[in-house]
Design a protein around this ligand. Structure first.
Ligand SMILES: NC(=O)c1ccc[n+]([C@@H]2O[C@H](COP(=O)([O-])OP(=O)(O)OC[C@H]3O[C@@H](n4cnc5c(N)ncnc54)[C@H](O)[C@@H]3O)[C@@H](O)[C@H]2O)c1
Length: 274
């Protein structure tokens, strides 16, 4: 496989470590897309840590140079800006694009542009489950309609520091589980962009950004990042709760996200897709 990763932070480096330890054969090519000016530093680190991961390894910073490496699959694990910068061109080239920064799709214009580019070029915009699970069932129930989905993002008060939660709550003195935001998934994604990925994933799999309800909660007893959602549909009802471990490189990112992205790759190169 000719794989391209946009970003070389926590998700990308953890993912490359997992690929290194789980894959029998090296990739044909690995391209890493860095921010402009960081190519040399990232190339040196990537070659030192992941020299055996692919027959050839390149670091680029422009969409044009990325596409010149003829990737089979491009996986974004960087930022909303990276989705905006590279997404449409990658899909328009007929290359499948896997997004980690799914919250970027709360921008309705960007979502439309990406889907149109994929439609025209017969490529696919792939939205992995990331930090949440049960997306297969939620997406399967969607065609039956009448879906009601409520998402709850629960974190210890300190984990909400630096967000708009500070305007609602004195985070230092929260003594009990407190809901500080209730709204639609679109409102949650726009007010809390760094916590938007799960709400956005559920919205896109299920009832849409404007019909999916979201609640954000500060809970002094929460052990880590908890994502919980309930679904009511004419076909089935369920509630799913995931208590995630943070990843070593970025406490905001649940480590299961990296494994979800690994699955997107192995499902394309292994003999079995599940
Ligand atoms: N889908 C999910 O459930 C889920 C869960 C966790 C994180 N995420 C998202 O995944 C993304 C990466 O998370 P992370 O933990 O690796 O973060 P990180 O900050 O550790 O790494 C991101 C890296 O991408 C680089 N970067 C940013 N913009 C770039 C650009 N335009 N071009 C190239 N490189 C760029 C940064 O310099 C950084 O090194 C974030 O957007 C995060 O919101 C999604």
């Amino acid at each position: 496989m000719r794989l391209a990763l946009i970003g070389f932070g926590n998700i990308a480096t953890t993912l490359l470590g997992l690929l290194q330890s789980t894959q029998k054969f090296p990739l044909e090519n690995l391209t890493i897309v860095s921010s402009p000016g960081r190519e040399k530093a990232i190339e040196a680190e990537a070659l030192a840590r992941f020299f055996d991961i692919a027959d050839t390894l390149k670091v680029v910073s422009t969409t044009q140079d990325l596409l010149a490496t003829r990737p089979d699959l491009v996986l974004e694990c960087a930022s909303h800006t990276a989705v905006k910068t590279h997404g449409v061109a990658v899909l328009a080239q007929g290359v499948d694009f896997v997004l980690a920064s799914i919250g970027a799709l709360s921008d309705a214009r960007l979502e439309l542009d990406l889907i149109q580019a994929a439609e025209n070029a017969k490529s696919r915009l792939v939205l992995p489950a990331g930090a949440i699970g049960g997306i297969d069932l939620l997406a399967a129930l969607r065609p039956a309609g009448n879906l009601q989905v409520t998402y709850r993002g629960i974190k210890p008060p300190n984990a909400w520091k630096g967000t708009k939660a500070e305007a609602q709550l004195d985070l230092e003195s929260v003594q009990e589980k407190t809901v500080f935001f209730t709204g639609t998934a679109r409102e949650a994604a726009s007010a809390f962009p760094k916590n938007a990925n799960v709400a956005a994933t559920l919205a896109l799999a299920g009832a849409g950004f404007d019909q999916t309800r979201a609640e954000l909660v500060a809970d002094p007893n929460a052990a880590g990042n908890i994502h919980e959602y309930s679904v009511t549909s004419p076909l089935a009802h369920y509630t799913l709760r995931v208590e995630n471990q943070p990843s070593h490189g970025n406490a905001k990112t649940s480590v299961s996200t990296v494994y979800s992205l690994l699955r997107e790759i192995t499902n394309r190169i292994g003999p079995l897709a599940i």
